[in-house]
Write a protein that binds this ligand. Structure first.
Ligand code: ATP
Ligand code: MG
Length: 587
C-alpha cells in the first residue's frame, strides 16, 4: 500500500508556551474540521454556548502517542473555546483493567500539561444508573434475556450480505425478562450462560444494530467496584450514556466508532436522555511502531522490551523516559492536525519536534562513545587547564562552564582516518583539527596494535597560541571535534536506540504465520560505555543534554551518582527536513 503522508496544515503553529492551557483569544485557535463544527454549534446556540469534551481511556494499558493526539484534541478544544474537558476511565471490562493503568494514565495526562480539575470520573461509578436504564429498556420491550452462547450469538448474527437470525428468546414476556435479568444480577447464573440483548433489528445493514449484547455475566473482581457486580455492561451500552450523564457536548472519538454511532443514538433516544454529538476523526498511525494496546501489552509481557516505559515504546511513559518533552509532543500533535482519513505519520516528524524543542533548551556537553587515546606530546605533563565552554549557543542566559583539559584526551574513533577521503575535515596524519573550546592539535604519529593493525593511540602537538580554539593568525581550520580529558573523565553508560521494528509498517509480514514480533529490530538497543565530562557526576533522572555531535540524551532513572545512565533521545540528523523538502518539490 502506498504510504500516505499527513498534510502539515498548521506547520508554523507554536507550542503552548505554558503547561496549563489557558483560553486562547477568539480567532487565535487552531483550526480543523471538528473545531469548525463547534464554531457552528456555538453560532447556532446548539448547546447554549457550552463546549464540554472528555478524554475516555480504558485503563487496560498505558497511554501511547495516539492517545496524546486525542488528549491534545479534547483538552485543546476545551481550552480554545473556554469550555471543559473531563477525564473518564471507561472501565467496563474487569478482566483487563488494573489500578496501575489508572495511575499511569493520570500521570501521563498531567505530564502532557492538561488539567481535568475536579472532573475525574469512572464509568464504573455509573453502573447502578446504567443497570436501571437496562431495566427501563426491558420494561419498554426493548431488551431481552438471551440464552444463546457467545458462539451461537455470533453464528446467528449474519454477515454484511446476509441478515441475521432472530434469537428464540427474543419474544420473552417483559416480566420474565425482568425476573431473569434480576437473577443475573443476583448471581444465579454462571458466566456466559445468558446475556441481555437490545431488541433492535436482526436484518439491519449495520451489524451493530443486530440485537447487540448489553450485559454479560462475569464473576470477576472489578478494580473499583470489587465483587459488587457479577454482570457488566458492554462498552457500547456504557459509553454513550456516560457521555450523556456528564452532559458532554462533543463526544470525539476515532473512526472505528462511526458505525457504532447509530447504536449509541438508539440507546439515548429510547431512554429519552440528553444527547451528546459524536464526531469521529482518524487515529494516529506512526511508522516503525505499533500502536494497539494489545500489541504493546504483548511486547511487555513477552519481555521484548523492558516495560511499558521502555524508551523504545511509543507510550507516553516510554517517550518521557526517552527524553521527550510535553512541549515536543504537543507540537507534534498540533502539526499532524486532525483529519477524517486514515494515514501514517513519519516518525521522523516526531523526532524533528523534539530536536526543535531541545535545541532551544538543552545544555551542551561533551562525551565520547568510541574512545581513541590522544597524547599531546608538547603539553606539560601534570598540567590541567579549565577551558570555558558555552552551555547553549541558542540561549545566552545559559552561560558557560569549565571543562578540564590535560595532556591525554579521548576523541571519537570516527574522528580520525589514517587515509582520509577528500573533504574529510577531521583528524588525519599531519592534519590539524580544533578540539572544541581547547586548542588546535596536529597529528604527528599513529600507533597501531602490532597484531591487528588497529589504530590504538595518536600522538599530537598543540599550538599554545590557539587557547579556546581561536586562531589569532587567522588560519582556517575547518574541523572541530569533541573530546574529554582522560584524567578527568567520568564513565557513564549510554543507551543508544534504533526503531523498535525494522519495517515502516510492522504489521506487514513476509510469510503466513509470522506476526509483527518477527519484525522486531534486534539492534533497537545498544548499550555502550560513555566517557563524559566530569561535571555530569550526579546528573539526575530526567535531565536533558545535547552531547555535542552525538545527539540529545536524557538521564535515565537507572542512573547512580557514580554512574550516570544516558538515553539517546534522538540523534542530530534531521531526516524530517529532507522529507519536507522533497514534499515541497513535489507540490
Ligand atoms: P488501542 O486501539 O490502542 O488499544 P483504544 O482505542 O482501545 O486504543 P482507549 O483507551 O479506548 O484505547 O482510547 C481512549 C481514547 O483515545 C479514545 O477516544 C480513542 O479513540 C483515542 N485513541 C486511541 N488510539 C488512538 C490513536 N492511535 N489516535 C488517536 N486517538 C486514539
Ligand atoms: Mg477503546
Amino acid at each position: 500500500m502506498a504510504q500516505q503522508f499527513m498534510k502539515c496544515s498548521n506547520i508554523n503553529s507554536k507550542p503552548p508556551s505554558e503547561n496549563n492551557p489557558s483560553p486562547v483569544p477568539p480567532g487565535k485557535e487552531s483550526s480543523d474540521f471538528i473545531r469548525e463544527i463547534i464554531r457552528e454549534d456555538l453560532r447556532t446556540g446548539k448547546y447554549q454556548g457550552r463546549v464540554h469534551t472528555r478524554f475516555p481511556p480504558e485503563p487496560n494499558g498505558y497511554l501511547h502517542i495516539g492517545h496524546a493526539k486525542s488528549i491534545c484534541l479534547n483538552f485543546g478544544i476545551a481550552r480554545d473555546f473556554g469550555g471543559k474537558c473531563n477525564l473518564r476511565m471507561d472501565d467496563t471490562n474487569p478482566c483487563k483493567e488494573e489500578v496501575e493503568y489508572v495511575e499511569s494514565i493520570l500521570e501521563d495526562v498531567r505530564w502532557l500539561g492538561f488539567d481535568w480539575e475536579d472532573r475525574m470520573f469512572y464509568a464504573s461509578d455509573y453502573f447502578e444508573q446504567i443497570y436501571l436504564w437496562a431495566e427501563e429498556l426491558i420494561q419498554k420491550g426493548n431488551a431481552y434475556v438471551c440464552e444463546l452462547t457467545a458462539d451461537q450469538v455470533r453464528d446467528t448474527r449474519g454477515t454484511l450480505t446476509q441478515p441475521g437470525r432472530e434469537s428464540p428468546f427474543r419474544n420473552r414476556p417483559v416480566a420474565e425478562n425482568l425476573e431473569l435479568f434480576r437473577q443475573m444480577r443476583a448471581g444465579k447464573f454462571p458466566d456466559g450462560s445468558r446475556t441481555l440483548r437490545a431488541k433492535i433489528d436482526m436484518a439491519s445493514p449495520n451489524l451493530n444494530l443486530r440485537d447487540p449484547v448489553m450485559y454479560r455475566i462475569l464473576h470477576a473482581e472489578h478494580h473499583r467496584t470489587g465483587d459488587a457486580w457479577c454482570i457488566y455492561p458492554m462498552y457500547d451500552f456504557t459509553h454513550g450514556q456516560s457521555d450523556s450523564i456528564e452532559r458532554i457536548t462533543h463526544s470525539i472519538c476515532t473512526l472505528e466508532f462511526e458505525n457504532h454511532r447509530p447504536l449509541y443514538d438508539w440507546y439515548i433516544r429510547e431512554l429519552g436522555i440528553y444527547a451528546p454529538q459524536q464526531i469521529e476523526f482518524a487515529r494516529l498511525n506512526l511508522t516503525y511502531t505499533v500502536m494497539s494496546k494489545r500489541k504493546l501489552l504483548e511486547l511487555v509481557k513477552g519481555g521484548y522490551v523492558r516495560g511499558w516505559d521502555d524508551p523504545r515504546m511509543p507510550t507516553i511513559s516510554g517517550l518521557r523516559r526517552r527524553g521527550y518533552t510535553p512541549e515536543a509532543i504537543r507540537e507534534f500533535c498540533a502539526r499532524i492536525g486532525v483529519a477524517k482519513v486514515e494515514g501514517t505519520v513519519e516518525i521522523s516528524l516526531l523526532e524533528h519536534c523534539l530536536r526543535e524543542d531541545l535545541n532551544k533548551r538543552a545544555p551542551r556537553v561533551m562525551g565520547v562513545l568510541k574512545p581513541l587515546k590522544v597524547v599531546i606530546d608538547n603539553y606539560p605533563e601534570g598540567q590541567v587547564e579549565q577551558m570555558e565552554a558555552v552551555n547553549n549557543p541558542e540561549d545566552a542566559a545559559a552561560g558557560t562552564r569549565q571543562v578540564p583539559f590535560s595532556r591525554v584526551v579521548y576523541i571519537e574513533e570516527d574522528d580520525f582516518r589514517e587515509d582520509p577521503p577528500k573533504k574529510y575535515h577531521r583528524l588525519a596524519p599531519g592534519k590539524e583539527v580544533r578540539l572544541r573550546y581547547a586548542y588546535l592539535i596536529t597529528c604527528t604519529e599513529v600507533i597501531k596494535d602490532p597484531k591487528t593493525g588497529a589504530v590504538v593511540e595518536l600522538h599530537c602537538t598543540y599550538d599554545p597560541a590557539t587557547r579556546g580554539g581561536n586562531t589569532p593568525d587567522g588560519r582556517k581550520v575547518k574541523g572541530t571535534i569533541h573530546w574529554v580529558s582522560a584524567a578527568h573523565t567520568l564513565t557513564a553508560e549510554a543507551r543508544l536506540y534504533d526503531y523498535l521494528f525494522t519495517k515502516e509498517n510492522p504489521d506487514v509480514v513476509e510469510e503466513e504465520g509470522k506476526t509483527f514480533l518477527d519484525n522486531l529490530n534486534p539492534n533497537s538497543l545498544v548499550v555502550s560505555p560513555f566517557l563524559v565530562e566530569p561535571g555530569l557526576a550526579g546528573a539526575t533522572a530526567g535531565e536533558r543534554y545535547q552531547f555535542e555531535r552525538l545527539g540529545y540524551f536524557s538521564v535515565d532513572p537507572d542512573a547512580t551518582p557514580e554512574r550516570p545512565v544516558f538515553n539517546r533521545s534522538v540523534t542530530l540528523k534531521d531526516t524530517w527536513s529532507k522529507i519536507e523538502k522533497a514534499q515541497g518539490k513535489e507540490r
